[in-house]
Design a protein around this ligand. Structure first.
Ligand code: HEM
Length: 535
């Protein structure tokens, strides 16, 4: 808590000095809300960045490409550079940014810790955002593309390596200093193994991306990856990273929220090995083997996560679209469709559109549907205890996405292999439905993030014995309220002692304690969550 006109501790009132003394004598003084608020702030930056990417560079460009393809009635109707720019924006700009941000927020917390170097987290966000935005821009504009292709790939790799440093190497702070905590050994469960193999594959994917970028910059006439290299990169990014990461987080979020039985942890090494072999096969250009193994691992993941077994607990439904567990299961149906369609595409390369349909089932059917279910469930509470703006918008986005994806996957291979057929008319409709679904999803999360931080406590949560630090650290705007109510020392104190109570602070400034309590109660009454307002 640093501010402008500062005085040394010796100039502060006696009550403040006594509180600082108490802080020094007892550094283990309970949970500090500040790291949580700081973590929620950087998570919001990653999420907002991902939302911008999915909407404009990702989906809008995807829709534009599809409209051009449908207009020309040929799968080669759109510019390859624009198709690749769209793919990179969706996979790295949206899915990648969400996974990075959520991992930096959640993984240290799961170990009871917070990342100590917040400046490096913000640097990481900056490097990653500039990298993915630059990659998209050179794809659509062609401006200085040789330097842009290599520069953006280098930035993406640097950002991801920095994120790994922050997660696993950089010292972290204890979240609860009063508890003695040891660094826990590697848990060896399904989530951890899938996380490890997913992150490792993504580093390989980003190194490959840099290598391809250098080669293209040296030899090619336009910013387009050669088909085989592009395919290997996509398999690594999708089957090596995004899909295993989705399985890994499913063991927490899908299992818990949909009330599923505990995942089969003994499958952890097998599934991780399957992902690693898929990556190696792709690198060796054994695409049929890669798709067969990917389909086998998908079946294994569905079995291990017990997706299609009945729920053993009532799913969490408060404040969200109540039928979301059915869509979580549907996402895994899309995963299997995409995986087996992928084998079909390898076996029947003459049927153009099968590969695209398979990829769409995986990216939109599986990844996007799962994210449309999980993000509204977890993000509001991660973002300083907010509430989802609208469960109706959540439901509408899921239904529209599902109808759009069904039309697209159902018609793409028919259309691409039969010029002039009715399926060509279905494709633009699918694109517009999916675009609307994405708009509703972005609107819902955007409005959720724009909410004021809610106060989940009633009037009894404002009491003379509560600390000034707690209120100001959790609700920065409470500082002005306290100052206006008479806590004048706040205006020039460099730090606020963690143990200074409201009663002590009022005595120190000869302020009216009842007035302070009343002002704070009014402040928090306005911030009561919607769910509590009618109680
Ligand atoms: C939501 C609406 C979307 C539309 C209308 C759309 C449209 C397209 C189109 C027309 C293509 C060209 C290839 C083909 O004909 O199939 C394509 C490729 C691709 N899309 Fe999408 N897409 C959408 C969403 C997504 C999402 C959510 C992701 C990832 C999470 C994604 C990832 C990709 C990738 C990786 C490619 C291949 C790029 C390449 O060849 O390098 N798309 N998309």
């Amino acid at each position: 808590m640093q501010i402008g006109k500062q005085k040394s501790q010796l100039d502060l009132p006696q009550e403040w000095q006594a509180a600082f003394e108490r802080d020094r004598e007892n550094p283990l003084r309970g949970n500090d809300p500040l790291p949580e608020r700081q973590a929620a702030r950087f998570l919001a930056a990653f999420i907002l960045t991902g939302l911008v990417f999915v909407l404009l560079p990702g989906t809008l460009l995807g829709v534009w490409n599809l409209l051009r393809i449908a207009g020309e009635q040929t799968g080669t109707g759109a510019t390859p550079a624009w198709i690749q720019a769209h793919g990179q924006a969706q996979l790295l700009g949206w899915v990648g940014t969400f996974i990075l941000g959520i991992s930096l927020y959640v993984l240290p917390k799961m170990r009871g810790r917070y990342i100590a170097r917040l400046d490096l987290v913000w640097l990481d966000w900056g490097l990653w955002t500039v990298g993915v935005a630059w990659r998209w821009w050179i794809g659509v504009s062609g401006n200085y593309w040789r330097v842009g292709l290599v520069g953006s790939a280098a930035l993406e790799l640097a950002a991801f390596v920095l994120a790994q440093y922050l997660l696993w190497v950089n010292p972290t702070k204890d979240a609860a200093p009063q508890r003695f905590q040891r660094q826990k050994p590697f848990p060896g469960d399904l989530a951890s193994w899938l996380g490890v193999v997913g992150f490792a594959s993504f580093i390989v994917a980003l190194v490959l991306n840099l290598g391809i970028a250098i080669e293209v910059a040296r030899r090619a006439a336009e910013p387009v990856y050669p088909p085989v290299a592009d395919r290997i990169f996509l398999i690594l990014a999708l089957w090596g990273f995004a899909i295993p990461a989705a399985w890994s987080y499913s063991t927490r979020f899908v299992t818990i929220f949909a009330g599923l039985a505990e995942p089969k942890q003994t499958t952890a090494r097998w599934l991780a090995a399957g992902v690693a072999i898929t990556v190696v096969c792709a690198l060796l250009q054994q695409f049929l083997t890669a798709s067969v193994i990917a389909a086998g691992v998908s079946l294994g993941a569905v079995w291990a996560l017990r997706i299609f077994e009945p729920s053993v607990r009532e799913p969490k439904r408060v404040g969200v679209y109540r039928n979301y567990p059915a869509f979580m299961r549907l996402a895994y149906v899309w995963l299997l469709i995409g995986a087996f369609w992928g084998i079909a595409a390898e076996l029947a390369p003459q049927v153009s559109g099968l590969g695209g349909a398979s990829r769409h089932a995986l990216t939109v059917g599986f990844l996007a549907t799962l994210i449309f279910c999980v993000a509204p469930l977890i993000l509001p509470s991660f973002l300083a205890g907010r509430e989802l703006q609208s469960s109706a918008l959540m439901g509408a986005s899921l239904w529209l996405l599902t109808v759009g994806c069904t039309l697209r996957v159902g018609s793409e291979s028919l259309a691409y292999s039969s010029p002039g057929g009715i399926a060509w008319k279905v494709l633009p409709v699918s694109a517009l439905l999916e675009l609307t679904a994405v708009c509703l999803f972005v609107l819902n999360l955007g409005l959720t993030i724009a909410q004021r931080i809610p106060a989940w406590f009633g009037p009894s949560g404002v009491a003379p014995r509560m600390t000034v630090y707690f209120y100001v650290a959790s609700f920065p705007k409470a500082r002005a309220v306290l100052q206006d109510a008479g806590l004048t020392t706040l205006a020039y104190a460099r730090e606020i002692p963690h143990t200074l109570t409201l009663a002590e602070a009022a005595a120190a400034d000869r302020a009216d304690l009842d007035l302070i309590l009343g002002a704070l109660r009014d402040f928090f009454a306005e911030r009561r969550p919607r769910r509590q307002r009618n109680i």
